[in-house]
Design a protein around this ligand. Sequence first.
Ligand SMILES: C[S@@+](CC[C@H](N)C(=O)[O-])C[C@H]1O[C@@H](n2cnc3c(N)ncnc32)[C@H](O)[C@@H]1O
Length: 225
Amino acid sequence: MTDDNESSINLEDAYALETPQDNKALYRNWASTYDADFAQRNKYVYPKSIATICARLVDTISPLNILDIGCGTGIVGTCLSELLTAGIIDGVDISPEMLNVASTKLRIDAKPVYHQLFEADLTEPISFANAKYDVAISAGTFTHGHLGPDALINALSVVRPGGRMVVGINKEHFSANGFQAALQKANESQQISTPTFSEVQIYDQGSPHYGDLALVTSFLVLSPA
Ligand SMILES: C[S@@+](CC[C@H](N)C(=O)[O-])C[C@H]1O[C@@H](n2cnc3c(N)ncnc32)[C@H](O)[C@@H]1O
């Protein structure tokens, strides 16, 4: 993948990360320019697509408790707040700098998009929420150099039994890193319902990265542990 723009951080850097600490360091430097230099310039439409898919799958009227996994600067939460106006949205991310930007995002009624923001490494056991959420959503976080299938299974613990996950996974990352097997195992052991999949563009037409795809999987969490 070639340089995105004039910014010194690009997708190639993000995809080459190896550890949670690498992620923390990269996003420390990317947080202040991520929205303008990455998302807007590259026509990053993935958060809106995920939010739209999620809104089709859940009750849009009830005040659902929702967790945005790897919320970054809050683009997914912002899109979701426009579609699920009664939703109470929390976010979690390993990067305090990305969370700081997310904390500034406002809903159309000028209230903060996020009710609570948690700093946590999702490759570790999760302590801030146990079976608390009706819905967990994610875009851009299950990708090269970021989170793999173990973290997806780890994250089941935040969703209440009967709650739903709507998670985007970079399509190449999905194929290369055993997501299918992990989801199948979780389904066979009655942890989750049979997952559904749809394919979305990560970037819109006109972006240098148009054609990069994600699989959006959705399922009910039957037994979080
Ligand atoms: C490409 S950004 C996506 C952010 C946002 N969801 C979006 O679509 O714009 C990936 C995010 O994953 C977070 N992340 C990476 N590794 C993580 C980990 N181990 N635990 C929690 N968050 C992590 C990063 O800090 C970053 O904010």
